[in-house]
Write a protein that binds this ligand. Sequence first.
Ligand SMILES: [Fe+2]
Ligand SMILES: [Fe+2]
Length: 220
Amino acid sequence: MKITVIYDNESILPGTCPAHGFSALIQLEEFDIIFDTGWNGVWLLRNLEKLNLSLDRVKYIFLSHQHWDHIGGIPEVLEKIGRDVNLVIPKSFTSGFKKELARYANLIEISSSTTEFYQGILSTGEMESSIGIKEHALYIEKYKVLVVGCSHPDVYKMVKRFGTVNVLIGGFHDFKNVEKLGAIVKSKIYPCHCTEKKKEILMQYPEKANKCGVGLEVAL
Ligand SMILES: [Fe+2]
Ligand SMILES: [Fe+2]
């Protein structure tokens, strides 16, 4: 399997466009999953093209939380896919937004419990931050990979839903306890997007942590 970062605040591949937000394409054996969409679908599709990737094999769109920098690209993504696709979202998305999305995709709404929505592919379940932001994250069991959007409910708690993980990638918003990460992430840490402590994480875990940005490929 391969995860490619296709939208991020930073770019590590010349010619791709950095922009606030996050999105990754997860290529599995059977199909692909697109995780979040950044805020600008035009730039997202442009980055995909630059990276020689397409949405042709996408069977699931996974939206982590209803923030502009993660859902903004959804119209272009849906239009590009242009066929029935499954859309995995937290149950708490606003009813108007859900109603609109349901016109173009099959909604799979995730409640607060950990949910296996396809064999070996799970959602943490909708979790809530201290200021009431609801968010879930994507877990691929076979590779013990957790992909997170902003981790508003606290990335540590999100990983803890699965005990430990091998790979953690995405935004770790507001996360300050850098020293606690090493014990719960066994192999690789990719601090992306809104992670405040990127520098500290890279310094504290020189073996495990790698810089994130558009163009990053994680092959497992
Ligand atoms: Fe974000
Ligand atoms: Fe966010």
